[in-house]
Design a protein around this ligand. Sequence first.
Ligand code: SF4
Ligand code: MG
Length: 317
Amino acid sequence: KKNLIEVKNLKKHFKVGRNQILKAVDGISFAIKEGETLGLVGESGCGKSTTGRTLIRLYDATDGEVIFDGMNVHKLNKKEMKNFAKETQMIFQDPYASLNPRMTVGDIIGEGMDIHNLRKGKERMKRIYELLETVGLNREHASRFPHEFSGGQRQRIGIARALSVEPKFIVCDEPISALDVSIQAQVVNLLEDLQKEMGLTYLFIAHDLSMVKHISDRIAVMYLGAIMELTSSNDLYNEPLHPYTQALLSAIPIADPEASKGRKRIILEGDVPSPINPPEGCKFQNRCKYAKDICRQKAPELREVKPGHYVACHLVE
Ligand code: SF4
Ligand code: MG
């Protein structure tokens, strides 16, 4: 399958205070194939959300490129940008904060169609009803307000809103993190069904590897604005090569005692350094028990060490 998105050495830096620079995303490269789900995992503050937002140009890039369907996203003119905004949508972490409390559910879902001049009057209403049913709600819900719904239902409304403009690509920014555990699987299943039906491509952001395992075809592990490892979901779980991935994985409880044999919990010492003055060389060096001189001198590049398996670590052959 062809790549829908290619990200090349993307950087997003923010000015903070007088003359300090926060390097939220600091030179990342990867691609997402059409119809694929790429999981993006890392602790809070590692740059995952900023990556998602910069990919669909909710933020302008500081440097580097995003190519979407052959278009250079950060060079689009106004008219191209409007079309791009229709093809790329976002589902937010907090289903309570992301829906306008003064709008009816119908108008929340219909707003994108209005902005993009897609459907009017009866056709618009018909489409809103269809979308409500698609996400497991019903047409009576169109005249109600967000506060009348549970967290899981609100996330379904957020999904219907994203689908209303028939996007190709959706950034799912921790869409299940704020939901009850009992509801999480339902929302993940819904996203998977919709993907199959509509051929959608996802970037699925999460802070915990256990949340992305089932939905992701491939997973990228992010740390302090950089990608540490990127490979298929299976490879990442069965054969993690980066010391940081190994530590993240070791923290996931395993129900099956057979599978957890020989697996020890790795406790990471130290804190994540500030993205304002990230260390030279490998960004993980102060927490890595394998760190050597070279790790402090030179940043390891994300290299393909086996077909399709990318790692940024000097130690991995
Ligand atoms: Fe550890 Fe060095 Fe590898 Fe970084 S490059 S993860 S410090 S061994
Ligand atoms: Mg976030």
